[in-house]
Design a protein. Structure first.
Length: 168
């Protein structure tokens, strides 16, 4: 039996349930904050538990779920691109791989949010700021530009451009 209470913080409604029985795996004992999908208002319990978007949490045909799946697929492509051996200098290759893996993690986390489109738009703005920074090396600017364009396309619901093979 779940015991619930409603909290209002900073004009945001958060429903919290205490879980008195055995806890699901990888969860600490205490309170679970129930977050809902921005579109269909389904509780995102399985999504938060598994760390990736789950169909059980959304209504059939929920656009937010479809876009979240596209975001996860792109994050997987980034991980695959990071695992491929590239020709080039060792240091720039290592920097490229670390950058791809770090940003794949950011996209995976964004896909599990209640409104992944808004989070991806915010990431696009961050990548644009990285592109415009004057003290960034040329290869880092190129990587940020690639991710900025991909995030913009993902936010629109389109397929992103292919990943550039590696550092130059």
């Amino acid at each position: 039996m779940l015991v619930g209470k409603i909290l209002v913080r900073r004009r945001c409604l958060i429903v919290q349930y205490s879980w008195p029985g055995p806890m699901p795996p990888a969860r600490r004992r205490g309170t679970i904050a129930l977050i809902r999908c921005a579109r269909c208002k389904g509780p995102l319990y399985q999504t938060k538990l598994k760390g990736q978007p789950r169909q059980e949490d959304h209504e059939q045909g929920c656009e937010t779920f479809i876009r979240a799946i596209r975001i996860v697929r792109y994050a997987d492509e980034l991980k695959r691109a990071a695992s491929k051996p590239n020709q080039g200098r060792w240091r720039s290759n290592r920097r490229w791989r670390k950058y791809l893996l770090r940003n794949a993690k950011k996209l995976s986390v964004a896909a599990c949010e209640p409104d992944p489109v808004a989070v991806v738009r915010d990431l696009s703005v961050q990548y644009q700021a990285e592109c415009q920074a004057r003290d960034t090396p040329a290869d880092a600017t190129r990587m940020a530009e690639m991710l900025m364009k991909a995030c913009r396309r993902l936010a629109l619901g389109e397929a992103p451009a292919p990943i550039v093979s590696g550092p130059v």
